[in-house]
Design a protein around this ligand. Structure first.
Ligand SMILES: [Cu+2]
Length: 240
């Protein structure tokens, strides 16, 4: 069976670097004992490379002793995206998604084939007000998000139908599957989700999460999908 691989890129790192780029007025006041490294993508739309040259010039003007500018040709801000965004396969063939990004940023491949089956990664549930939650591991800097309501508490928790591979059939039955789902799309589904896809080896923070998701398409059609965590990430599989 021919397999068509699509991948996910997520240069969150670039955003972090850009956010750290100080502006002109601040950079002139940085202590001379602090070394400054400016990293800038040539095609970066939010902090154009000219801005980086101005920062560099300002540091030269104030005789800052230790500063360098590195520009990266042909690189710039890219929002997290599916690559390629459009894939065409023949009936009976499959597509595998993975997450090759360098940071442990989760993504999902989510097919909402009936709008009423839409979900969110984190959702409210009611629990008894007396329910005690213990952070794990003990001493972790975490606390459950709880709001009192009518003698109960509302807690926001991770949605299993978003976190794990899950699907909902034509009659509304939902099934949650184990990690690294391998799903056969017959065309009768209302909802199919990959669960959280993490780069291989980076799922420690997210127990039970997946590295890959494979869908075998049994029926011709156009299958739109998106990432449940970053809804601007969208893709389409055309099955002929
Ligand atoms: Cu995403």
């Amino acid at each position: 069976m021919a397999t068509c691989n699509t991948t996910v890129i997520c240069p969150i790192l670039w955003r972090a670097l850009s956010n750290m780029t100080p502006n002109l007025s601040i950079i002139g006041n940085v202590s001379k004992s602090t070394g400054i490294l400016i990293l800038n993508g040539e095609n970066d739309s939010q902090t154009p490379v000219q801005q980086a040259f101005l920062l560099q010039q300002r540091l030269t003007d104030v005789n800052h002793p230790d500063h360098s500018l590195i520009t990266y040709p042909n690189l710039g801000h890219v929002l997290a995206a599916f690559v390629p965004q459009q894939v065409q396969v023949s009936v009976g063939h499959s597509v595998t998604w993975d997450n090759p990004s360098s940071v442990a940023e989760p993504h999902t491949v989510t097919f909402v084939l009936n709008n009423k089956t839409m979900t969110a990664p984190d959702v409210p549930f009611a629990v008894r007000s007396s329910t005690q939650f213990m952070p794990l591991p003990p001493g972790a800097n975490s606390q459950p998000n709880m709001m009192p309501e009518n003698g109960m508490n509302i807690v926001i928790v991770s949605n299993a139908r978003g976190y794990f591979p899950a699907w909902k059939d034509s009659t509304g039955n939902a099934k949650v599957l184990g990690p690294n789902g391998n799903f056969t799309m017959t065309g009768n589904e209302q909802y199919v989700n990959s669960g959280w896809l993490l780069p291989k080896g980076q799922q420690q923070q997210y127990p039970g999460s997946s590295n890959t998701f494979t869908v075998s398409f049994q029926k011709a059609g156009t299958y739109n999908y998106f990432c449940d965590i970053h809804p601007w990430m969208a893709g389409v599989v055309t099955v002929k």
